[in-house]
Design a protein. Structure first.
Length: 475
């Protein structure tokens, strides 16, 4: 395979850069489509979360692919390429597979072991399928990544160490020692946004026992649906339009914001005004209780100046990254890493074996054509053969051919699944003088007939890479 991933994440880039480089709106779709148009790429998929942006592609040239994908990332994120390049990582072939599988298991997450990344990988695959930018290689890759992630969570205790950013953020607001349920019980919560992260936050707060839950969103119907789904968990769940946020702020003890807005949703001035009104309306509670703010958006929704406003406690992506760096890794991480390694080997073997299948099919098709031609020639030379005799001769010739081809074709598939096994397909084509166009036709038929979105893969051995040296990699 010629799988290439170029990206940046919280591990390689400061939050200030991630914030500016975030993809908003339809940019993920446009990036995938523009990548497919680029000459080195035949497939593309984009994995974009609040703390990572990764562009996956099947390319035919490594260096040209790195240059093109890096340029496209810069163009679509709006960050100058020279500024973006120091924070980019590049993985190629088997190392790219290893990276995605590690991401799927939560090993590369801000909070190790968190499971929300699986939903984001699923969304990335669904987008690639919808746009027809994900072909056979990326479909296989992302589907197996989902299976690997689920396996890691079901077979190890990584869940005990991992949690969602929502839960981790609420734990930080609660002080790290007080259970979230005890801290949130009886409080009033305002959730801004109704996407997947906001929905998770609203559900977590509802289960924690908040007394009131207000959901604000630009699309009011979506906020209403979320509020209605939580009616059984909290009596005071209701939806409001986005322009009602200022009016709701003074009544909120907990505010969680995660929208796709390109600008600030809550400015420092808005928060100061809300605190003043809060003190006027609720003198005792307003003065005594700090308002907890959780900003899970990228770019940020809440003005960072809120850190300096008395009466507010803000936890955002940057502070979560600092807190997560101090978290001890679970003992199960080593077990998860072993799962990832074995799954990477299995994926590589399967891809290499699949690469030789069109050649084997083309060989058997050629053999069948030879048999058919010889039987036709026999009919011309022995026209008096009856149907029974003709059928017996035909079956005998076919059995001879099948027996002659069985051992080499089975063995070549076994050899092709080993590292460096791609050369066996070339040898088979050379030894039997197979028409390259016939092999290509089988590949197209397999891709278009049995796979939903087309695409192809090759089978050369994997290597880690960075932009200037395809023999090295950076995690």
């Amino acid at each position: 395979m010629s799988l290439l991933v170029v990206g940046l994440s919280h591990r390689t880039a400061p939050v200030s850069v991630l914030e500016r480089a975030s993809l908003v709106g339809e940019e993920s779709a446009k990036l995938a489509q523009d990548t497919l148009v680029a000459e080195p790429a035949t497939e593309a998929a984009v994995l974009a979360t609040c703390n990572r942006i990764e562009l996956y592609a099947d390319v035919d040239k490594f260096h040209a692919g790195v240059a093109e994908l890096s340029t496209l990332l810069a163009q679509h994120t709006g960050v100058d390429l020279d500024e973006l390049t120091p924070y980019l990582y590049v993985h190629y072939e088997d190392r790219a597979v290893h990276h995605l599988f590690s991401v799927a298991c939560g090993l590369d997450s801000m909070v190790v072991g968190e499971g929300q990344i699986l939903g984001q990988i699923k969304d990335a695959l669904a987008l690639g399928q919808e746009l027809h930018t994900a072909g056979r290689l990326l479909n296989d890759l992302f589907q197996q990544a989902l299976r690997v992630g689920k396996r890691a969570h079901s077979e190890t205790g990584i869940d005990k160490a991992g949690q969602s950013l929502v839960t981790f953020g609420l734990e930080q607001l609660a002080g790290g020692t007080t259970p979230v349920a005890d801290w949130a019980a009886g409080r009033r919560a305002l959730v801004i946004g109704a996407g997947s992260m906001s929905s998770l936050a609203a559900t977590t707060l509802a289960r924690a026992g908040v007394a009131e839950l207000v959901i604000a969103n630009r699309t009011l119907d979506r906020a209403r649906r979320l509020a209605e789904s939580l009616a059984g968990l909290v009596d005071g769940a209701r939806a409001v339009p986005m322009d009602a946020v200022a009016a709701e702020l003074p009544h909120a003890d907990i505010v969680v914001s995660c929208t796709g807005a390109t600008g600030l949703v809550l400015t420092a001035d808005m928060l100061r005004e809300a605190l003043d009104r809060r003190t006027q309306d609720r003198p005792a509670a307003g003065a005594a209780q700090t308002v907890a703010l959780l900003d899970l958006a990228m770019p940020r929704d809440i003005d960072a100046a809120a850190h300096r406003v008395g009466g507010l406690r803000l936890v955002d992506i940057e502070s979560l990254a600092e807190a997560a760096a101090d978290e001890p890794m679970a003992a199960d991480v080593d077990q998860v890493r072993a799962i990832v390694s074995s799954e990477v080997s299995a994926f590589g073997a399967a891809q290499r074996a699949a690469h030789i299948t069109p050649t084997v099919v083309a060989l058997r098709t050629m053999a069948a054509d030879v048999v058919a031609g010889e039987i036709a020639r026999l009919d011309g030379r022995l026209p008096d053969l009856d149907e029974r005799q003709r059928a017996e001769i035909t079956q005998t010739v076919r059995r001879v051919v099948d027996k002659l081809l069985h051992a080499p074709t089975v063995r070549v598939k076994q050899l092709a699944s080993t590292p460096g096994g791609a050369g066996y397909a070339d040898a088979l084509r050379e030894l039997f003088d197979l028409d390259p166009q016939a092999v290509a036709a089988v590949s197209r038929a397999d891709t278009n007939g049995t796979r939903p979105n087309g695409g192809g893969d090759t089978g050369r051995p994997g290597a880690a890479a960075v932009p200037n040296d395809p023999k090295r990699g950076r995690a």
